[in-house]
Design a protein around this ligand. Structure first.
Ligand SMILES: Cc1ncc(COP(=O)(O)O)c(C=O)c1O
Length: 366
């Protein structure tokens, strides 16, 4: 049996009729960009999140860029963030002319260490950009306190955490803005590129709405330099079909994570994610394999037909583009050599976790 790291086909089969109807309705409507489906999807997400504004965009990357711009971040401004994330997090800061300041992560949560973030604040710091990596909330209370103390904006990179929570509050609603990606592999994925910004701040929302359409409130009366970051009707229609299933799918991910944790418990050299983290939506189920054996285990899984991924093999401060940004961030550097994400998608075959665990156990014994 082959177990890919993710297979979207079962989900498409499950929703086939609704997806077909939705796509055909868009085709017949003659409206393809920023139409009624985008508006309805924005309202549905705003209601789901309990926020005033949800603004559909082209991608999660664009949502980050536009959130930073709308929050007034620009050239010369420092933004404190994590090096243990997808490149787009820091790239967005650089794209608006700011400087990403990388601080090390907490070993247990894989997320930014709030104490180290506090030490990194300078007179040029304008914002914090925490990432809820793998679907687990960053430690938001101390970050929000830090932001309040220094008058910093907080932009949440919620790309991997749609539906996740921190102390009962939806991720993306705690800071000034939350930025989602609907890249197909995400917990709520479109069938192409798509993204969204959410906020309770009217001014920020107005600026973001302008920025997504070339800096204009009214077409052809452009006021500022913006972007073309409109969400299209096909993606919005598909996302509307999928949104009602999201909580159920996230619950399945949590149950799979619990099963993996039980199956992998006590294997020497394997560190499983912490138990009982409420609000975690397991975009990834990521274990650590110590002792320099990670790549060997990945290979053994591949030989058994099981997909796994390394998110991420190079912390951002070690990429050539940012190599002068941070002297040494030992936790991120070590974990980059240990992490391994295992298949955790909602339609995973029933016997999947047992098979994966058996291969890992056997490979570690050899
Ligand atoms: C943490 C994180 N930030 C930002 C992004 C960028 O989103 P997108 O690919 O939709 O531009 C992604 C996903 O790709 C991500 O995982």
């Amino acid at each position: 049996m082959k177990i890919p790291i993710l297979d979207l086909r079962p989900e498409v089969e499950l929703l086939w009729e609704d997806l077909n109807r939705a796509v055909q309705e868009v085709l017949r409507s003659g409206r393809f960009v920023l139409g009624p489906n985008v508006e309805a999807f924005e309202e549905e997400v705003a209601a789901y999140m309990g926020v005033k504004h949800a603004i559909g965009m082209n991608s999660g990357t664009d949502a980050l860029v536009i959130a930073l711009r709308a929050a007034g971040i620009g050239p010369g401004d420092e933004v404190i963030t994590t090096p243990f994330t997808f490149y787009a997090t820091a790239e967005a800061v650089s794209l608006v002319g700011g400087t990403p300041v990388f601080v090390d992560i907490d070993e247990e949560s894989f997320n930014i260490d709030p104490g180290l973030a506090a030490n990194a604040v300078t007179s040029r710091t304008k914002a914090l950009l925490p990432v809820h990596l793998y679907g687990r909330a960053a430690e938001m209370d101390p970050l929000l306190e830090l932001a309040k103390k220094h008058g910093l904006k907080v932009i949440e990179d919620t790309a991997q955490a749609f539906g996740g929570e921190y102390k009962g509050k939806k991720l993306g609603t705690l800071g000034d803005a939350g930025c989602f990606s609907f890249y197909p592999t995400k917990n709520l994925g479109a069938y192409g590129d798509a993204g969204m910004l959410i906020t309770n701040n009217d001014q920020l929302a107005e600026a973001a709405r302008m920025l997504r359409v070339h800096g204009a409130k009214e077409t052809y009366f452009n006021e500022i330099i913006g972007y073309n970051s409109r969400l299209d009707e096909f993606q919005a229609a598909i996302l509307r079909v999928k949104l009602p299933y999201l909580d159920e799918w996230n619950k399945k991910r949590r149950l799979l994570a619990q099963r993996y944790n039980r199956l992998l418990a006590g294997i020497p050299g394997v560190i499983t994610p912490a138990e009982g983290v409420s609000g975690h939506v397991y975009h990834q189920y990521t274990i650590r394999i110590t002792g320099g054996k990670r790549d060997r285990i990945k290979q053994a899984l591949a030989e058994a037909g099981i997909g796994s991924m390394i998110y991420y093999p190079v912390p951002l401060h070690r990429l050539p583009v940012y190599k002068d940004r941070a002297p040494s961030l030992p936790v991120a550097e070590r974990l980059a050599g240990e992490v391994l994400s295992l298949p955790v998608w909602p339609g995973l075959p029933e016997e999947g976790p047992e098979l994966v665990a058996r291969v890992i156990k056997e490979a570690l014994q050899n």
